[in-house]
Design a protein around this ligand. Structure first.
Ligand SMILES: Cc1cc2nc3c(=O)[nH]c(=O)nc-3n(C[C@H](O)[C@H](O)[C@H](O)COP(=O)(O)OP(=O)(O)OC[C@H]3O[C@@H](n4cnc5c(N)ncnc54)[C@H](O)[C@@H]3O)c2cc1C
Length: 146
């Protein structure tokens, strides 16, 4: 194997553990400026800057660990948070329905609203900048302010 610097590294076995990138959801509107993925420390800083003032409508797509943790953070800053996921119970795939239900109740006590199961179908925005509406296939619309 060769590094970009030109250095050669001989090997008899090579383990590739280069991690993953967030998968952008393949929906119309997913490239609008108000739509973000979350992975890096910089993503975390940007989100904190956007959300720490509170008073926004935030829609999270994904009811696994990362979505649930972000929902808790966004809600604790005083934002209205709605969380969508394909499962019946958040975190159900990871920890089962009983514990997932416990975390759902905990989030609901802190004001997080759930739409489960729900599949986002389209994200619409104004002037290709913001994403004020996310639509589910049942055509219900969720306003966001970002
Ligand atoms: C926001 C967030 C929160 C998380 N919280 C938790 C948690 O609380 N508990 C938990 O268990 N898991 C958590 N995870 C998941 C966990 O981070 C991942 O499962 C884990 O990091 C995957 O490890 P990895 O080694 O496969 O990949 P990574 O940690 O992504 O490491 C990949 C490495 O490969 C390097 N690399 C990539 N391309 C090249 C290249 N061409 N040349 C050289 N090096 C390269 C990168 O620099 C990096 O160092 C979280 C993930 C995210 C995004």
């Amino acid at each position: 194997m060769h590094l970009r610097s030109g250095t050669g590294l001989p090997f008899s076995k090579l383990l590739i553990a280069t991690g993953a990138q967030p998968r952008r959801i393949p929906l119309p509107g997913s490239d609008l400026a108000g739509v973000m993925t979350f992975r890096t420390f910089n993503d975390s800083r940007r989100l904190k800057e956007e959300l720490s003032g509170g008073g926004r409508n935030v829609v999270m797509i994904g009811s696994g660990w990362i979505g649930m943790e972000l929902a808790a953070a966004a809600s604790s800053y005083g934002n209205a948070v709605t969380l969508l996921g394909l499962e019946d119970v958040p975190l159900g795939v990871a920890i089962g329905p009983e514990l997932g239900g416990f975390f759902r109740s905990l989030h609901e006590k802190h004001g997080v609203q759930f739409r489960l199961p729900a599949s986002a179908a389209e994200i619409t925005g104004v002037g290709a900048r913001r994403a004020p509406l996310s639509r589910t296939p049942a055509r219900s619309s969720l306003p966001t302010s970002w």
